[in-house]
Write a protein that binds this ligand. Structure first.
Ligand code: UDP
Ligand code: MG
Length: 352
């Protein structure tokens, strides 16, 4: 037994395993479809000598997600479960997951089957080649509206231009991160959790794997237009101060225009006299300036709000339940007495 433990320890310290991290919010219908596919993939990887686990993060679901997850974990010793105290949003759920994967490499996957688990071996192959961030790059999106595809396209182009660190186009959260990339990400405790930007900030060796994004297997998308719009603003303000500068330039341009106009008014009055005051012109100028000022104020407010959020230093998420995986390799007999649904979370939940 002792010898076995030492072997196990040696193997683990030499070669990190892989944890598939899935954030799930109201995915009771999709998870039973996803898990068998993941199991098949993990079995294949195990034959290749890579021990795989799955960590499901229940992001405060209101449906039967947690019950479904518990029955999945009961039949599969490789499954770890984490439940947040409420819905914190996908980005926070992923952060919680990254805090709980130990020294493993992590593969992030959507619960709805849009990111095909069957591609995982390709990601692993790139990781073994020495890449730290292997990300799926969507070649096509199935089952998504034209409007969503168009806005997503525009968003990636805008953020790609504005951001100071690279945000690869058409890249979602479907990616594999090496242990050192995970460790680096864990250090980023900012409240503005635009993960696509954070991944880019970390750097290291990155490579894209083209794939076709499938349609949702079951259930509804959690991101309506409004949520996506706010997400886009988060992304832009979190990774670029260009809007602040734009406000300055617009102000400068307006001032220049006003100055030229004043010169023109004086010249006109001197040359031809000015018997009637230009009421419409005045209204246009006042309204225009008012609008520009409000935009600039709003932009400043957006960044001020972010400062306020950071200054509060609240935890990024709260853990309700943590249930570690009972075993690592497939076919292993589950250890007894480890059904620790309310165990203490090993990772810090404060902002380190
Ligand atoms: N998700 C989450 N918390 C949320 C919203 C979504 O954990 O507050 C998860 C969701 O369960 C899914 C993934 O994030 O696994 C992507 O969500 P969705 O499929 O709704 O987004 P879309 O693919 O439409 O962009
Ligand atoms: Mg989806």
């Amino acid at each position: 037994m002792e010898a076995h433990r030492t072997d196990e320890f040696a193997r683990r310290t030499q070669a990190p395993g892989l944890t598939v991290l899935v954030a799930a919010y109201n995915e009771a219908e999709a998870l039973p479809l996803l898990h068998p596919r993941l199991q098949a993939v993990l079995d294949g990887l195990a034959q290749d000598g890579l021990s795989g686990r799955v960590l499901y993060v229940d992001d405060g679901s209101r449906d039967a997600t947690w019950t479904v997850l518990q029955s999945i974990a009961a039949t599969d010793a490789r499954v770890a479960l984490l439940r947040l105290s409420r819905n914190f949003g996908k980005e926070a759920a992923l952060t919680a997951g990254l805090d709980h994967v130990g020294d493993d490499a992590v593969l992030i996957l959507d619960a709805d089957g849009q990111d095909p688990p069957e591609l995982i071996p390709q990601f692993v192959a790139k990781w073994r080649e020495g890449f730290d961030d292997v990300h799926g790059q969507r070649q096509a999106r199935e089952g998504e509206t034209w409007a969503k595809r168009a806005t997503a396209h525009a968003f990636y182009r805008v953020i790609g231009r504005l951001s100071r660190t690279p945000v690869p186009a058409d890249t979602g959260d479907f990616r594999l991160l090496s242990p050192r990339a995970v460790a680096a990400l864990r250090q980023l405790r900012e409240r503005n959790r635009f993960m696509k930007g954070l991944f880019g900030w970390v750097g290291f060796r990155q490579v894209a794997i083209p794939y076709v994004r499938a349609a949702r297997s079951a259930g509804q998308t959690k991101f309506n237009f409004w949520r996506l719009w706010n997400f886009a603003i988060e992304g832009i303000t979190g990774f670029s101060t260009a809007p602040l500068r734009a406000a300055t330039y617009i102000g400068l341009l307006t001032a220049l225009f006003a100055f030229l106009y004043a010169v023109w008014v004086i010249v006109k009055a001197l040359a031809w006299g000015d018997p009637v005051a230009g009421w419409p012109t005045m209204m246009v100028v006042i309204l225009f300036l008012g609008g520009v000022q409000l935009i600039a104020l709003g932009t400043i407010g957006e960044y001020l709000g972010r400062l306020y959020e950071e200054a509060k230093q609240r935890p990024l998420y709260l853990v309700d339940a943590w249930r570690p995986a009972r075993g690592v390799s497939s076919g292993q007999v589950p250890a007894q007495g480890h059904d620790d649904a309310h165990g203490t979370p090993p990772a810090r939940i404060e902002s380190a």
